[in-house]
Design a protein around this ligand. Structure first.
Ligand code: NAP
Length: 262
C-alpha cells in the first residue's frame, strides 16, 4: 500500500519517548518529515540520535523543546511551525491515583498538558488547516476515557473529555476538508506506563519491582507495543483513511469486553 505521506510535514508532541517516538519513526519510514517536541532538550537529542542511528536523515527531523502545559509555549510552537499537514497530539503525563491521592494542584497541572494542551494546539492548527482545506489531527487519548477506573480517576476524566472533544471537532471539521480522529491505547510499553505500574505494584503487591507481574493477565499476556499504536496512527492519518473523522479507535486487545481475570 502506498500511504502517500512523502513530502508531508508531521508535528508530534511528546515525540522524544514512548508512543510519540514510535509514531515519529513510523512517519519517517513512510518518507514524511517530522517535528518532535518535548520539554527536555536532552531527551530530544537522544531521540534524534536514535532516529539517525536507525538510518533516518537528520534533514527530515526538527526538534523543539517547550512545555505544552503553557499556552504561551503552544502559541510559540505554532508561530515557529505554522505550516504542517498532520498534527499528533500525544504529550501527556497524568499520574495514577484515586481522588484522594490527586489533589487539586496535581489535577489541574496534569490537565494543563493533556487536556488544555490538546485543545490549544487543535484550535491553532485547525484554523490554519481549514483555511488550506487540508490536514489531519490525531489525538492519542486513552482507554480510561471509556473504561474509567477509580485508581486512574484524573486520567479517566481527562480522556473522556478528549474523546468528546475529538468526536465533536471531527464531526464538523470535514466541512472544510480537515479530518480529526483519536486513538485510545490501553496499557502500552513506555516509561510512563512503567512508572504507573510500579505504583500499582506497590499498592497491590507491596513491591514496586514486581510490576511486570501485572501485565501477564492482559490480552496476549502483554502490554501493547508502542509500534502497534504508531502504525495505526500513521495509517489513520494517510489518505487511505480519507473518510475517518470524529471517531476514536480503541486499541485494547479486546480487554474492555474481557477484563483481566483475578
Ligand atoms: N503508555 C500507555 O500505556 C498509554 C495508555 C493510554 C494513553 N496513553 C497516552 O499516550 C501519550 C503518550 O504516553 P507515553 O506512555 O508514550 O508517555 P511517555 O513515554 O512518558 O512520553 C511522554 C512524552 O511527552 C513529553 N512531555 C511530558 N510532559 C510534557 C510537557 N509538559 N510538554 C511537552 N512535552 C511533554 C515527554 O518528554 P519530556 O519528559 O522531555 O517533556 C515525552 O516525550 C500520553 O498522552 C498518554 O496519556 C499512554
Amino acid at each position: 500500500m502506498n500511504l502517500n505521506l512523502k513530502n508531508k510535514t508531521v508535528l508530534i508532541t511528546g515525540g522524544s519517548k514512548g508512543i510519540g517516538l514510535s509514531i515519529a519513526e513510523s512517519f519517517l519510514a513512510e518518507g514524511a518529515s517530522i517535528i518532535i517536541t518535548s520539554r527536555d532538550a536532552g531527551n530530544l537529542e537522544k531521540a534524534l540520535s536514535h532516529l539517525t542511528s536507525t538510518g533516518f536523515k537528520s534533514e527530515h527531523i526538527k526538534t523543539e523543546a517547550l512545555d505544552l502545559s503553557k499556552s504561551s509555549d503552544c502559541n510559540a510552537l505554532y508561530k515557529k511551525f505554522p505550516n504542517i499537514d498532520i498534527l499528533i497530539n500525544n504529550a501527556g503525563a497524568i499520574p495514577g491515583g484515586n481522588i484522594f491521592e490527586i489533589d487539586e494542584e496535581k489535577w489541574r497541572a496534569s490537565w494543563e498538558l493533556k487536556v488544555f494542551g490538546y485543545i490549544n494546539l487543535t484550535r491553532l492548527y485547525l484554523k490554519n488547516m481549514q483555511e488550506k482545506k487540508n490536514g489531519v489531527i490525531c489525538n492519542i487519548i486513552g482507554m480510561a476515557g471509556i473504561a474509567p477506573r477509580y485508581e486512574y480517576i484524573c486520567g479517566a476524566a481527562a480522556n473522556s473529555a478528549l474523546i468528546a472533544f475529538t468526536q465533536a471537532i471531527g464531526g464538523a471539521s470535514v466541512r472544510s476538508g480537515v479530518r480529526v480522529f483519536g486513538i485510545n491505547p490501553s496499557a502500552t510499553k513506555s516509561d510512563r506506563m512503567e512508572t504507573m505500574l510500579k505504583k500499582t505494584a506497590t499498592d497491590k503487591l507491596g513491591d514496586a519491582s514486581r510490576w511486570m507481574e501485572l501485565t501477564t493477565a492482559l490480552p496476549f499476556g502483554r502490554m501493547a507495543e508502542p509500534s502497534e499504536i504508531a502504525h495505526l496512527a500513521v495509517f489513520g492519518c494517510s489518505d487511505l483513511c480519507g473518510y475517518l473523522s470524529g471517531t476514536v479507535i480503541n486499541v485494547d486487545g479486546g480487554q474492555n469486553f474481557n477484563p483481566p481475570q483475578k
